[in-house]
Design a protein around this ligand. Structure first.
Ligand SMILES: [Zn+2]
Length: 441
């Protein structure tokens, strides 16, 4: 368009100059010339703007979108759109055969009836039945109503949020305020619980950030993916964790130096539980009344709160004694044991000899034994000696070898530069495609 205008301008100038040269221009010929030029400009304009206009004219595909409600059946939905019993039967059979689609989910599945224009018969039905796939049913000739399952590509983008602990607030509330999705906050809790205590380590003004994945389907956000990087200004110093997939395909979280961030034991088995009594060599026992060492940490937990194992191991005791009430003791790899007291009941299947994973529920909080109210009494025993769960140095589950460590540093730099870019321009779309991101969470 610009070019066309330029050429016209040139012709125009040339014509006028040549006329000037001949020195014999009458007003009428000038007017005719100007009209001709004006018409040429209009004609070009029409050509230039015709395409979008034509698209608008010819793409009047009509869509009727029906959301499945409870009580709806395939027959009722198709019948309401005027389908014959014979077509409904064909479609129902094809859906089962070609798309393995047999049940409608109220409030989730959507039918889109497509017509070439609003007066045309329905030529296509698109069933939106899950974020990562849809089914297309084509009328075909003659009306064969063939079905085709179409996978929707998972478009994983990265998102960054930062915030700080507000006065009198918790990490959870401050993170929500910072716009971090709830699921991501819970994942961050799980990660940071290895390094800090959310009850005692939280102060107003502490800064934190999270870099995480968001999964999109056809440009619409469907869910959140994994935490890629997290930083928290804890009391003991800044805690950083980065997700890294090792050469062998196993992924984990590592600190800024490439040391395993996932520890063999959790300091706080129950996330976000308030500490009601610390570990100490001496304290006045609330029930016995005299001074006695408190060999563990007490966490406030209403009766029935599930108690996860602090680390992987084998159950070596599931018993009752006067002090601990119902308790479970787990032996972990190496020199560590953990004990969980005052349980209201044990989890099903947890017996002496049972192997448990980290995070597996082993029992439920209560107030059995010498206890003033429902709570979890948690002990860590190292080489037979009780240690303070909040300060004991815990071994990492896995550390990187030299080759992986080198690769980790490259990945860390990539994550940090991504954070920098998103801080500068939060709206930009960044995809990190270096990992097998397709295996969903
Ligand atoms: Zn206790």
């Amino acid at each position: 368009m610009k070019k066309a205008k330029y050429i016209l301008k040139k012709i125009n100038t040339k014509l006028v100059t040549s006329c000037k040269k001949c020195g014999n221009i009458n007003v009428l010929s000038r007017i005719v010339l100007w009209i001709a030029v004006a018409m040429a400009v209009i004609a070009l304009g029409v050509v230039c703007f015709y395409k979008p206009a034509r698209d608008a004219v010819f793409s009047n595909e009509s869509h009727t979108v029906i959301e499945v409600k409870s009580g709806d059946t395939l027959s009722s939905i198709l019948g309401n759109q005027g389908f014959s019993m014979r077509d409904i039967d064909t479609i129902s059979k094809n859906l089962k055969k070609d798309a393995d689609f047999t049940t409608l989910r109220a409030g989730r599945d959507k039918f889109d009836f497509v017509r070439e224009n609003e007066n045309a018969p329905i030529s296509k039905i698109i069933i939106d039945n899950g974020p990562w796939n849809k089914i297309e049913i084509d009328c075909g000739t003659p009306d064969t109503w063939q079905c085709q399952k179409i996978e929707i590509a998972r478009d994983t983008r990265v998102a960054y949020q930062e915030g700080e602990i507000a006065q009198g607030s918790s990490f959870y509330l401050s993170a929500m305020q910072a716009g971090i999705p709830e699921g991501i906050i819970l994942d961050v809790y799980d990660l940071l619980a290895f390094e800090m205590d959310f009850e005692r380590d939280i102060r107003a003004g502490q800064k934190f950030y999270v870099l995480y994945e968001e999964n999109f389907a056809s440009d619409k956000k469907v869910d959140n993916g994994r935490v890629l990087a997290v930083s928290f200004d804890a009391l003991r110093g800044n805690v950083q964790m980065y997700r890294y997939e090792k050469a062998d395909g196993h992924a984990g979280y590592y600190d800024e130096n490439g040391n395993g961030a996932i520890k063999s034991l959790k300091r706080t088995p129950i996330n976000n539980a308030k500490i009601t009594s610390k570990f100490s060599g001496k304290r006045k026992h609330p029930v016995l009344g005299y001074t006695r060492a408190h060999k563990g940490v007490d966490f406030r937990a209403p009766t029935g709160t599930p108690i996860p194992a602090a680390g992987a191991g084998r159950v070596v005791a599931r018993s009752y004694n006067r002090g601990h009430g119902n308790f479970v003791k787990i032996r972990h790899n190496g020199s560590f044991e953990t004990l969980y007291g005052h349980m209201s009941k044990f989890a099903k299947g947890v017996k002496v000899g049972t192997t448990v994973r980290q995070g597996q529920i082993i029992g439920y909080a209560g107030s059995t034994g010498l206890s003033t109210g429902p709570h979890l009494h948690y002990e860590i025993i190292k080489n037979g000696v009780h240690v303070n769960p909040m300060t004991v140095k815990l071994p990492a589950i896995d550390n990187l070898d030299a080759k992986d460590k080198k690769q980790f540093m490259v990945k860390k730099e990539l994550l940090l530069s991504t954070i920098k870019s998103l801080k500068g321009n939060p709206k930009q779309i960044i995809r990190l495609e270096e990992e097998s991101t397709k295996d969903s969470k």
